[in-house]
Design a protein. Structure first.
Length: 119
């Protein structure tokens, strides 16, 4: 299973670092994506990274502010979020599978971590 952590309450302009840990599974075998879902809204693609970390893709809304990285030795993926905006408020999920902007391509999901950005 995957475990997402690091969410919290932050003021606009602040930063958070989310972590995605895998237990019982070798995360390095999979692409990893981060998705987010705000109340009443559809799940939204945020960013993905391929299994070897060689390719990343960002949603336009977070480009230049968010950075994904992975440490395959530690079996971890990270999402550094800077210059946070109130519209970034959502539950953030990490997922492992075929790296894709479509959440349905991911086989394994974490439980989500809440990110709240106050204005």
């Amino acid at each position: 299973q995957l475990q997402a952590s690091g969410g919290g309450l932050v003021q606009a302009g602040g930063s958070l670092r989310l972590s995605c840990a895998a237990s019982g599974r070798t995360l390095s075998e999979y692409g990893v994506g981060w998705f987010r879902q705000a109340p009443g809204k559809v799940r939204q693609f945020v960013v993905l990274i391929t299994a070897n970390g060689g390719t990343t893709m960002y949603a336009d809304s977070v480009k230049g502010r968010f950075t994904i990285s992975r440490d395959n030795v530690k079996n971890m993926v990270y999402l550094q979020m800077n210059s946070l905006k109130p519209e970034d408020t959502a539950v953030y999920y990490c997922a492992a599978g075929i790296p894709n902007t479509d959440w349905r391509e991911y086989k394994f999901w974490g439980q989500g971590t809440q990110v709240t950005v106050s204005s």
